[in-house]
Design a protein around this ligand. Structure first.
Ligand code: ATP
Length: 312
């Protein structure tokens, strides 16, 4: 059996970061939105090779950028094991291989690993499920704070560590430029910097909620906010120039995506976004600049991580 699942990248239209909690996480108030950069995860059973105990995953391969682990530390691998462990009966299963095609920047604040985990959960669910929404979301939250959102997609408000999700009303489709840098930023490093700087959290999303209801890119652009931006910029000062360059080239505004260093710029339309992307590439500071739109999908079936194909 061969199952391919797809998951979108996310950005944070708002990211408010509260103080460090006793469990090592921060309380967040965030607004997630999918954008249409994506990874696919293919799970394929190895016929005739049954697994009595231990991981069902025998191999994991990746095509795309460097820096993605091809072992049991990969979040997709861990997702498969975590959901397999939730079966009612622990009977032997065929071994599987995993293959990830990465379109989402690595270590870029776009939830690449989380997206792969969410796609892997959908693939296992299609293979030996259904496990039900509640179990999927529970396992997702155990794997990482962004995994539940990657599973559900769309535009959602996240609280807790970002795993407590509520749908937000959004009328618009937004045109983004996603500026990617050669060197990623580690999420824990950016949070540590944030703790040192000790800025008060911004938990105000009223203006953004209204802007999303209106669906107008200028109002949404004016309401974008990221509490981690100062930390990301202090760790990578060169991002400032690129933020300015994007706006000079015609973007309404730009912001650090999640923990960065990826920058996202909101533009009036796809043509303008293309011009901004070209200008950033010409500027020579970015590794790549993609034109993307968000939310990635509005259809109930494809708004979050979803199955692309199943072959027997
Ligand atoms: P987030 O936005 O959720 O904070 P990110 O987009 O900044 O995450 P990822 O692309 O998820 O970062 O990668 C962070 C690190 O996680 C990588 O440097 C890599 O070592 C590890 N990792 C584990 N599994 C994966 C995966 N499937 N894809 C990418 N990175 C992975």
């Amino acid at each position: 059996m061969k199952i391919t699942a797809k998951a979108w990248a996310k950005t944070n239209l708002h990211l408010g970061v509260g103080p460090l909690r006793g469990d090592g996480f921060h309380d967040l108030l965030t607004v997630f939105q999918t954008i249409d950069l994506f990874d696919t995860v293919t799970l394929e059973t190895i016929e005739g090779e049954m697994v009595e105990e231990g991981s069902v995953v025998k191999r994991l391969s990746v095509t795309g950028p460097r820096g993605v682990p091809e072992d049991a530390t990969n979040l997709a691998w861990r997702a498969v094991d975590a959901l397999v462990a939730r079966r009612a009966e622990q009977t032997p299963l065929p071994a599987v291989t995993l293959h990830i095609e990465k379109g989402i920047p690595v270590a870029g604040g776009m939830a690449g690993g989380s997206a792969d985990a969410a796609a892997a959960l959908r693939a296992v669910d299609a293979w030996i499920g259904p496990f039900g929404r509640e179990t999927l979301l529970e396992v997702a939250a155990e794997l990482g704070s962004d995994v539940p959102f990657c599973l559900l997609g769309g535009t959602m408000r996240g609280t807790g560590r970002g795993e407590l999700l509520v749908d937000m009303l959004n009328r618009g489709k937004y045109h983004w430029v996603v500026a990617v840098f050669a060197k990623g930023l580690s999420t824990p490093t950016v949070f540590r910097k944030h703790d040192q700087l000790d800025w008060p959290p911004n938990f105000e999303i009223e203006e953004l909620s209204e802007a999303l209801l209106e669906g107008d890119y200028i109002s949404v652009g004016a309401a974008l906010h990221n509490d981690l931006q100062i930390s990301a910029l202090s760790l990578r000062p060169e991002l400032r120039t690129v933020l300015t360059d994007g706006v000079r080239a015609g973007a309404f505004t730009g912001i650090v995506s999640g923990s960065g260093p990826t920058l996202v710029f909101i533009c009036e339309n796809a043509t303008e976004a293309r011009d901004v992307a070209d200008a950033l590439i010409d500027g020579g500071q970015v590794l790549a600049a993609h034109v993307a739109s968000g939310p990635a999908s509005r259809s109930a079936r494809t708004r979050g991580a979803h199955i692309l194909s199943i072959e027997d």
